[in-house]
Design a protein around this ligand. Structure first.
Ligand code: ASP
Length: 699
């Protein structure tokens, strides 16, 4: 193989600096004078047959010489499928490392040998290409050498070199899907996945910059931590000191609080967190948080700073041109994000705040999706509709709640058909609610009392209450549900009606009866802070909680402070009624972050652990480092962690965090690409003083 690439002339270089070529060519250039890919340059093969073979392939594909010197007329990248225009003329796209796509034209008339080589190169291979920047002369086909319809910059082949082999069986079509065992091909050939990873990287940079500008210090804390009862189930990492183990950090919570006692007033970290949790609800055993903590600050400061950094990112994405359809999914394209962000766009997004109790009352859930119109209303006085209530529940003194949805272009008959299908497909948790089934009524002016005769002659007042006085039209649905009248603070995250409302909206949107703003449009990302959460909840089965004997566990985590004096008093009398100074940030109905004001006074922290949660002395002792730090003059502090994977997923139009991670785990916690976790042998376990036992022998 004789290389035919020589140093380019100054004139060529001048042209190489054209608009499109610069990024592609400027970094990847051959040292032109002495091409080093000549076989004569290869070292003498030794006698060893394998060595000769290896050296051959090494020298053939190595390409190191391509990457070291100044630009001229060589470009590198992945070549696409070749398009032949007869025998003499061929084209192929080259995707350069910068993401730019240029078109290579090969013309047998200007060089038969190079053309032949070009036609041998398999699609999708990494290549180095020596090019003419303008049609070589003489060539008969110079004018024809454009692929009709292509707007890409065209360069003209002088030589091409393959930089690695490609499997022959690799078939890539525009809608190709690869299995997760081929994650590298997914990333390479699923453009939506690459677009999401690029956006993720961009967003990370913007959020970091926002915090650094506010004076935050980025501090890394250990992920090899120790086992403490913070709330989530941990992953243990045995050590070679017999009987000891680290626990992988479920969050940097304790370290960041210690940093507050250490005089770091503003802490931030991109933290990897590890939780051995149920993975069904789109969770990953390891995930990323943007973790933050503020000294001498409370909830208001935390919310303000978090709003600021998110709005800064959002403002760069508006107006919506940065969102593009990539294989049917709406993703912001980083290359299209303007460098000077439109500041007025910040006004386009607004962060609402709602208390937990109001969120349950209005939306039946502590993660309200503010894209869903209309709220839930409680029927204060059910006497006038007693008969109707008797039909929907057997509870003697229930709380009856209802909401209405307007359906778009939907006749009552069509609405009825939809409702029957929807109700039939409800999960049993909603359809077999022991408090009574949900009741859906449809506005139909052709019917007596517009289809609401079961409500009796009071129906107008009821409809006014449910619709907030808005006029209803035919096909609109009204959904009623009864539940136990709460005697104290509601401790669960949702009501059945709230769950039903979310599910109904989702299905109505899918079927085109209601609208959801497209990502990139105003109102498509709805942020809401939820505050004043209950401090504790009854321990749920399978949840490790804090392992206390009181049968309750902290809703957020045990370091969260009570909200007010009244709540401190409730800790002594009825902890389940106490509110905490915790807050969540919710985006489109999904929790994307949580935080709280902390117990910075050791006495309060110990009281909560020992007297309220009734944790054992041993478990309390596990936190002795924290007590020590709190006692050393730790200032009041508050913090927050943003679930970064979820935020990116929501902003890039995917329901699963797996789509925004390069190497996610499956719902079984496995990575099919590297095949982890892998089985351990007794030999591997021995240094840790561990041994595998057959199942039956386990204690
Ligand atoms: N460490 C908490 C969490 O992981 C966040 C916080 O309270 O700052 O949810």
């Amino acid at each position: 193989m004789v290389p035919r690439i020589g140093r380019c002339s100054a004139a060529w270089r001048g042209r190489a600096c054209g608009r499109v070529m610069v990024p592609a060519l400027s970094r990847q250039c051959l040292p032109a004078a002495r091409p080093r890919w000549a076989s004569s340059e290869a070292p003498e093969p030794s006698q060893h047959p394998r060595m000769a073979e290896l050296l051959d392939v090494w020298n053939r594909y190595r390409g190191a010489d391509l990457f070291s010197e100044t630009p001229s007329d060589v470009c590198v990248g992945f070549i696409g499928k070749r398009r032949n225009v007869g025998k003499q003329l061929s084209f192929a796209d080259l995707t350069t490392p910068s993401g730019e796509v240029i078109q290579i034209c090969s013309n047998a008339e200007s060089d038969v040998a190079a053309h032949e080589k070009f036609r041998q190169v398999p699609a999708f291979a990494p290549v180095g290409v020596h090019v003419h920047l303008e049609p070589p002369t003489p060539t008969k086909h110079a004018q024809d050498a454009q692929d009709p319809g292509s707007s890409k910059q065209t360069v003209y082949l002088r030589d091409i070199r393959l930089l690695n082999s490609v499997p022959r069986e690799l078939i890539v079509t525009p809608d190709v899907q690869f299995p997760q065992t081929k994650r590298h091909l997914q990333i390479r050939f699923h453009p939506e996945l690459q677009a999401r990873l690029r956006f993720r990287s961009w967003l990370k940079g913007v959020l970091s910059q926002g915090l650094l500008e506010k004076g935050f210090t980025d501090i890394e804390t250990p992920t090899l931590f120790k086992s403490t009862s913070e709330g989530a189930r941990e992953f243990l990492v045995p050590t070679r000191q017999r009987g000891t183990a680290y626990a992988l950090s479920q969050s940097p919570q304790q370290y960041k609080q210690v940093l507050m006692a250490s005089g770091i007033a503003r802490y931030m970290q991109w933290a990897r967190c590890y939780r051995d949790e149920d993975l069904r609800a789109d969770r990953q055993p390891e995930f990323s948080q943007l973790d933050m903590e503020w000294a001498f600050a409370g909830a208001a400061k935390v919310k303000q700073d978090v709003n600021d950094i998110i709005l800064k990112a959002m403002s760069a994405l508006l107006p919506s041109q940065t969102y593009k359809d990539v294989r049917g999914e709406r993703i912001p394209i980083v290359a299209d994000i303007p460098s000077d962000s439109a500041t007025d766009a910040e006004d386009a997004h607004e962060f609402t705040t709602i208390t937990f109790a109001n969120s349950i009352a209005a939306y039946g859930i502590d993660k309200p999706d503010l894209r869903i119109p209309n709220r839930i209303h409680a029927m204060g006085d059910i006497e006038p509709i007693r008969n109707f209530v008797g039909m929907i529940t057997h509870l003697p003194d229930p709380l009856v709640e209802a909401f209405t949805f307007p359906l778009k272009d939907c006749s009552p008959a069509e609405a009825r058909k939809f409702v029957i299908k929807f109700m039939d497909s409800l999960p049993s948790s909603l359809s077999e609610n022991p408090d009574g089934k949900p009741q859906v009524l449809i506005h139909d002016s052709s019917q007596p009392l517009s289809g609401f005769s079961s409500l009796g002659f009071e129906y107008r007042n009821i409809l006014d209450l449910v619709s907030g006085g808005k006029e209803m039209t035919d096909g609109d649905v009204v959904v009623f549900q009864a539940r136990e009248k709460p005697t104290g603070q509601y401790c669960l995250g949702s009501t059945k009606l709230g769950e039903l409302r979310n599910a109904l909206w989702k299905t109505l949107v899918e079927e085109g009866y209601m609208e959801k703003p497209r990502l990139g449009e105003l109102g498509s990302l709805q942020f809401v802070w939820v505050t004043e959460f209950p401090m504790f909840k009854p321990v749920e089965e399978g949840e490790p909680g804090q392992g206390g004997a009181a049968g309750i566990s902290a809703c957020h985590h045990p370091f969260t402070a009570p909200l007010s004096n009244k709540d401190v008093e409730l800790l002594f009398t009825d902890p389940l009624q106490a509110k905490s100074a915790a807050y969540d940030l919710v985006l489109n109905g999904i929790e994307i972050g949580g935080g709280s004001e902390r117990n910075h006074i050791a006495e309060m922290q110990e009281f909560i652990m020992r007297d309220v949660l009734k944790m054992t002395e041993q478990r309390i002792q596990d936190f002795s480092h924290l007590f020590e730090a709190l006692r050393s003059g730790c200032p009041p502090h508050a913090g927050f962690a943003l679930g970064f994977d979820r935020l990116v997923a929501l902003m890039t139009d995917t329901p699963t965090v797996r789509d925004v991670m390069a190497f996610p785990k499956t719902m079984k916690g496995e990575d099919p690409f590297v095949q982890s976790p892998s089985k351990l042998s007794n030999e591997q376990l021995a240094p840790y003083g561990l041994q595998l036992r057959s199942k039956g022998k386990l204690a």
